[in-house]
Ligand binder design. Structure first.
Ligand code: 13P
Ligand code: SF4
Length: 301
């Protein structure tokens, strides 16, 4: 605690002085998640919270696409990301030109875009989705086929649950693609009675081998409501750290796959962000208008 105390105190003071709010994703480290964040959640919750705050400044403790989404929904507010290098392998897997090419190959088929993408890619899309609402978004369109980009595994996991035909792209999350069905089998052998929860960015055979799949917020709710005796969360490491603190009666088994992008955010650079107003997220207005439409169409569901 003494290592963090100076930065935590400074951040709490700066937030008050500057009328700032810190939105933190579930993958942030416990000292950020529990000590300085005002609002925590999955990508969907962070997008919703961004529309509800009356703060002047939003510091996004998460990755760049999350900060862009917050800015899209709050064009008049200052949105800061403490490290501009906090990217995402999914967001990097696809460009706006790729989306135009896929559309040309499948004329008339709507494009559902995972929020883990740049604003420029969202701008080429009909509607966005998160891991928490992907199936509902796909089915809301009332069509037989959709294009779902860029996460191949999320698309295939949704396809397994719906009658809508899904055309996928080839992007993967570098954290979740590392889990394997063999690892799930080994976990069950080593820890009898374990409940296995998987994120839908995991490969489909991992999701099939799990007891339940859902977004980070849905996993957290599952633990809170069901209180399993033993559980493993097949997702980023900090998630288990954060949820375990809230449920001392639940045994967490913790295979650890770190997201190097999420881990670029620290107490030190959150403090610097508030002290020096950096790094401010800006979005080209030509891109912002259609990207905002795709995000707002999702939020309206
Ligand atoms: P959710 O929190 O929306 O489930 O997303 C997980 C993720 O990998 C975000 O980068
Ligand atoms: Fe992107 Fe995966 Fe990291 Fe989330 S966990 S930010 S999807 S690389």
């Amino acid at each position: 605690w003494p290592v963090f105390a100076g930065d935590v105190d400074a951040i709490l003071t700066l937030k008050r002085e500057r009328n700032a709010v810190i939105l933190a994703h579930n993958y942030q480290t416990p000292e950020i998640f529990h000590c300085v964040a005002d609002l925590v959640g999955d990508s969907l919750a962070l997008a919703r919270m961004a529309t509800q705050t009356d703060a002047d400044i939003i510091v996004l403790a998460g990755v760049h696409f999350m900060a862009e989404t917050a800015k899209l929904l709050n064009p008049s507010k200052t949105v800061l990301i403490p490290d501009l290098g906090a990217g995402c392998s999914l967001a990097e897997s696809i460009t706006p030109a790729d989306v135009r090419l896929i559309r040309a190959r499948h004329p008339g088929v709507p494009v559902v875009t995972y929020v883990n993408t740049s604003a420029a890619v969202k701008a080429e899309s009909d509607i966005c989705c998160t891991s928490g609402n992907a199936r509902a978004v796909v089915e809301s369109l009332g069509v037989d086929r959709v294009i779902m980009i860029p996460d191949e595994y999320l698309a295939r996991n949704v396809a397994a649950e719906t009658r809508v035909e899904i055309i996928a792209w080839k992007g993967h999350c570098e954290v979740h693609e590392r889990f394997s069905a063999d690892e799930v089998r080994q976990l069950r052998e080593d820890h009898p009675g374990i409940t296995v929860l998987a994120h839908p960015e995991c490969p489909p055979d991992v999701v099939a081998a799990a007891d339940f799949a859902g977004s980070t917020a849905v996993m957290s709710d599952y633990v809170r409501l069901r209180q399993p005796a033993r559980v493993v969360l097949l997702t980023e490491c900090s998630m288990s750290d954060n949820v375990a603190v809230q449920h001392p009666g639940v045994e967490f088994i913790r295979p650890c796959n770190l997201c190097p992008h999420m881990k670029r955010i620290t107490l030190k650079n959150i403090r610097q962000a508030l002290e020096e107003n950096r790094h401010e997220v800006t979005i080209d207005p030509v891109v912002a208008a259609p990207a905002r439409r795709a995000v707002e169409r999702m939020l309206a569901l």
